[in-house]
Ligand binder design. Structure first.
Ligand SMILES: [Zn+2]
Length: 289
């Protein structure tokens, strides 16, 4: 109170907006809120198209809590006990499960229907125009097309292109900073997306984009970090969205083959869990009412 000096930064708010922008930019670029693996090519010979169709059907029928449960089983099977369970009651875990499931369905469908790739090329071109824009007029053109994308409207994400336009000056300015990753190489695209998400988070948390970028990049995630929290049960954890999110099956991160093998294991565990549920004695209460 009455203190001079720079305005304090609300890290919780920065963290919230970083997550929202991360999703909004991924939906713009990839059509899904979590980044696609891009490693997915044709499956190995042991996996047939009809099997992939069957997986899509089963994934679509699965709810978030079930997805999370099977994912935890698959992670344990791949990585052993080192994997920390995601709690099915935790909001961010459920959100992650919903988005991850959707992404996997999209990737499996891409394999079944290669025509989808054309639509994806158009989205990537739009994303390219966004980060290449150097004038307000160019930015306006991109944001108008962004706001017209069908799934962006359906997900209620039209506010994001509007925010970019309303803050066009700051948006263009953070892109001119020397720290902005300008290389056209796809390996830089993810860090570019993060940079812009953090900068926009800065604007919405009412600090400068560069303050947002630096504070989020340098944030401590260990004990003593700004979002370190403690559950009533005593478990301590970093409450940021990233720490709550990184639950992809370890095999997914390795290669295209790892991705397919991870999917195959997941679906096998899902079938087993369904069979054991069906095999339950009639006296036992059903889990889902
Ligand atoms: Zn964290």
């Amino acid at each position: 109170m009455g203190k001079r000096g720079p305005k304090p930064v609300d890290v919780g708010l920065l963290n919230f907006w970083e997550c929202e922008w991360y999703k909004a930019f991924h939906v713009l670029r990839d059509g899904t809120a979590l980044p696609g693996t891009r490693a997915v090519s044709a499956p190995p010979h042991t996996i047939s198209s009809s099997q992939v169709r069957d997986w899509v059907r089963k994934l679509k029928a699965m709810d978030e809590a079930e997805y999370l449960k099977i994912n935890n089983l698959a992670c344990k099977a791949i990585a052993g006990e080192r994997h920390a369970d995601q709690s099915p009651s935790d909001e961010i875990s459920l959100w992650w499960a919903r988005e991850q499931k959707e992404r996997e369905i999209a990737e499996l469908e891409r394999y079944l229907n290669p025509k989808k790739i054309t639509a994806e090329t158009e989205r990537r071109a739009l994303w390219q125009s966004l980060w290449h824009a150097e004038t307000t007029a160019a930015l306006q053109k991109v944001c108008e097309r962004w706001a017209l994308l069908e799934d962006v409207r359906a997900r209620g994400l039209v506010v994001f292109p509007n925010y970019v336009l309303a803050n066009a000056h700051e948006f263009l300015r953070m892109k001119r900073d020397r720290r902005f990753p300008k290389s056209d190489s796809p390996t830089f695209d993810e860090s570019r997306l993060e940079y812009l998400a953090r900068g926009m988070a800065g604007i919405l948390a009412e600090v400068s984009p560069m303050t947002g970028i630096e504070r989020l990049r340098n944030m401590q995630h260990a004990k003593g970090g700004p979002l370190w929290a403690r559950e009533p049960g005593g478990r301590e954890y970093c409450g940021c969205w990233r720490c709550g999110l990184d639950a992809s099956r370890p095999a997914h991160k390795l290669s295209a083959l790892g991705w397919w093998n991870g999917m195959a294991l997941f679906m096998k565990l899902a079938d087993q869990s369904r069979i054991s549920k069906q095999g339950r004695s009639p006296n036992e209460p059903a889990r889902n009412i």
